[in-house]
Write a protein that binds this ligand. Structure first.
Ligand SMILES: [Zn+2]
Length: 143
């Protein structure tokens, strides 16, 4: 498991825009790319249509996973929003985290105009924060 999650600026902004569009319900989706660099955002439907929980429609998830494979991407992270709580996994998030190979990105819209975005590795109840680095066009190739 990598220590960092890199995300292209456009993708980062897309995620925030998507979670704001979904408000007051939670929004969810998948971040894909290669070498820990997110280059594709799959905005998904929250089948729960709830401000407190999210659930990915299995059929939509299947299509997304297929598209990820067809593009030789990796599923790097699963994102969802918290509309009234901090950007930290809830007890439910921890319990239902089934993909230890993906990170869990949480966007908190508690302060709607200054969203907080954090990433976590969740494995069998253990939560470890991972740093997110946003890549601008200028530094996309270097580090
Ligand atoms: Zn949550």
């Amino acid at each position: 498991m990598k220590e960092l999650l890199y995300i292209n600026k456009e993708c980062y902004e897309e995620v925030i825009a998507h979670t704001k569009e979904g408000f007051p319900d939670e929004a969810c989706g998948i971040l894909a790319g290669n070498d820990s660099i997110v280059s594709k955002v799959y905005k998904m439907v929250n089948a729960d249509q709830s401000p407190l929980t999210y659930f990915m429609d299995p059929k939509e998830l299947f299509q997304v996973v297929k598209d990820i494979r067809n593009n030789n991407f990796e599923m790097l992270a699963i994102y969802h929003s918290h509309t009234a709580s901090e950007a930290y996994p809830s007890a439910t998030d921890i319990k239902s985290a089934l993909y230890p190979d993906s990170l869990y990105v949480i966007v908190s819209l508690r302060e709607f105009n200054s969203p907080k975005v954090r990433a976590f590795h969740i494995d069998e109840g253990n939560v470890t924060e991972k740093e997110i680095r946003i890549l601008d066009k200028e530094n996309q190739n270097g580090d």
